[in-house]
Ligand binder design. Structure first.
Ligand code: CA
Length: 233
């Protein structure tokens, strides 16, 4: 399966479920997988925050009532560092929960008990909104990445990129300053079940580096030994 280009809502997303109630996690996982999503899970707030910050995630489903760090705290920390859509699960009908959650930067909330059908509809809505937001242009160092046009400019020069080179540069730009492993890059750019070798990533990175140099850009793609690559603006 080819990954949809960024900027369009993609059918398959990586969804992180942070909830300590295991049977509920299992039910949510089954429903999400049926929709074609890849599911990551965490059973407490601290590990949920860790995964959300260090792995590529498209949507976070976050329970408010968690052992240790509460969902509200996770939401607040995560929002300071990431724009990932956050969908809060709240057990109470209490309106203060909803208001607090939205104040802390959650995108949406759903009150327990809920139907899986309703939860899936909220996830689709979050992905749609994210898809729209992702058409906004990104400025990274001296580059402007334009997802709507699949184009990268350095000053008034358009870089002559192949579609895969563009996708790779866009993914690296969205995570500028953070290391992405070759496996993550393969999955994000070439698709979840791409059979190719991780050297594919190395080859495309070397082509990208040459094109960045030729365009006179100061942006660098740094190899992190044994891990992967990081874009330095
Ligand atoms: Ca819970």
């Amino acid at each position: 399966m080819e990954m949809q280009p960024y900027g369009e809502p993609s059918a398959a997303a990586r969804v992180l479920v942070v909830e300590d109630e295991r049977p509920l996690v299992d039910a949510i996982r089954v429903a999400l997988e049926r929709e074609g999503h890849v599911v990551l899970t965490a059973h407490d707030g601290a590990s949920g925050l860790e995964r959300a910050l260090h792995e590529p995630v498209d949507v976070v489903i976050l329970d408010v009532m968690l052992p240790g760090m509460s969902g509200f705290e996770v939401c607040r920390f995560l929002r300071q560092r990431s724009d990932v859509p956050i969908l809060l699960l709240t057990a109470r009908v209490d309106e203060t929960d909803r208001v607090v959650g939205l104040d802390l930067g959650a995108d949406d909330y759903i009150t327990k008990p809920f139907s899986m059908r309703e939860l899936m509809a909220r996830v689709r809505a979050a992905l749609r909104r994210k898809g729209l937001a992702q058409t906004a242009r990104l400025a990274v160092g001296d580059l402007v990445v334009d997802p709507a046009r699949h184009e990268v400019r350095c000053g008034d020069r358009v870089l002559p990129l192949s579609p895969k080179e563009y996708d790779l540069l866009e993914v690296l730009s969205r995570h500028a300053g953070r290391v992405l492993s070759r496996g993550q890059l393969l999955e994000l750019v070439w698709g979840y079940d791409y059979e190719g070798d991780e050297r594919t990533v190395d080859v495309h990175v070397s082509w990208l580096r040459r094109k960045l140099r030729e365009a006179g850009s100061a942006v660098r793609i740094v190899a992190v030994r044994g891990v992967g690559y990081r874009l330095e603006p």
